[in-house]
Design a protein around this ligand. Structure first.
Ligand code: IPD
Ligand code: CA
Length: 291
């Protein structure tokens, strides 16, 4: 987890509705501009140029170019805010607000031409990581489908401008569950144990490949549950607000708040039921959550 660039004195409650709306507008403009860039540049620059935590954790020229573009828009309009981006790391600010960016969430899908990746732009008050943060505004934009999820604190969440109805609440045995896997072999072995435990207990599992889109899918009724261990703040910041603003519960294990370490998103009641099922896996995320 990256260090907090700022956060001093931030308070989402001090922001007016007009200020929150202006932040949401900037998040959407930045996400759309970056989306256009990455979609147009995929054929020429969408190949792997570096790896990070493992040989399968990849970066393309377009990840870095898109983050640069978003940062330049933020610097022009909000120079007082801090920024935390997947590719560029942490930059300090003075306002107590931090922009949390993932220029391409779902980079592996992007490289393979699978149309399930997104630009994720959010602004949070307080420390820029869960559970202490307060996401204030966010946008998740899929440049391939044109679908754009937006959310503003206290003002609900939308898909292409239409208010989201909120999550469905089927019984666990009828729930369609999304998840994701980390990039290291050890973590994947633990995640496989959780999958083996859950699969016989639910309708089916999906591994879509973008945490931001997974959270938006729960908000849109396309998944009933999404859970993942070991995410980063930039994977989830915008999707977190999209989900929470339409009534999705975000929880951790054993009564803990959702965090990057473990996040379960679903309708209230179902989220806790899934968290309890995961915590009960002997050698899975329950046992390993604090490792
Ligand atoms: C990844 C995606 C994936 C999730 C991984 C993330 P990236 O982000 O969100 O769905 O399972 O944990 O790291 O690397 O494509 O930006
Ligand atoms: Ca990501």
């Amino acid at each position: 987890m990256s260090p907090a660039p700022t956060g001093a004195g931030s308070d989402a409650a001090a922001l007016t509705a007009a200020e929150v709306a202006a932040l949401a507008d900037l998040a959407e403009r930045a996400a759309r501009a970056a989306g256009e860039l990455v979609r147009a540049g995929r054929a020429e620059h969408g190949t792997v140029t570096a790896t990070k935590s493992s040989r399968t954790d990849v970066v393309t020229d377009m990840d870095t170019a898109a983050e640069r573009l978003i940062r330049s828009m933020l610097e022009a309009e909000r120079p007082q805010d801090a920024v935390l981006g997947e590719e560029g790391g942490a930059t300090g600010g003075t306002s107590g607000l931090t922009w949390v960016l993932d220029p391409i969430d779902g980079t592996v899908n992007y490289v393979y031409g699978i149309p399930a990746y997104a630009v994720s732009v959010a602004v949070v008050a307080g420390p820029p990581s869960p559970p202490a943060w307060q996401p204030v505004a966010g946008c998740v934009h899929n440049p391939e489908t044109g679908e754009t999820w937006t959310a503003a604190l206290g003002a609900g969440s939308r898909l292409n401008g239409e208010a989201l109805p909120g999550p469905q609440r089927p019984p666990l045995a009828e729930a369609l569950v999304g998840t994701g896997f980390g990039y290291t072999a050890q973590r994947r072995a633990e995640q496989a144990a959780v999958v083996a435990h859950l699969l016989p207990r639910v309708r089916d599992l999906r591994r879509i490949g973008s945490a931001a889109l997974d959270l938006c899918a729960v908000a849109s009724g396309r998944l009933d549950v999404y859970y993942e261990r070991g995410l980063n703040p930039w994977d989830v910041a915008a999707g977190w607000l999209v989900a929470s603003e339409c009534g999705v519960a975000l929880v951790g294990l054993d009564g803990a708040g959702a965090s990057s370490e473990m996040l379960v998103a679903a309708a209230p009641g179902l989220a806790e039921e899934v968290a309890a099922a995961i915590a009960g896996v002997p050698s899975g995320a329950g046992a390993a959550a604090s490792s």
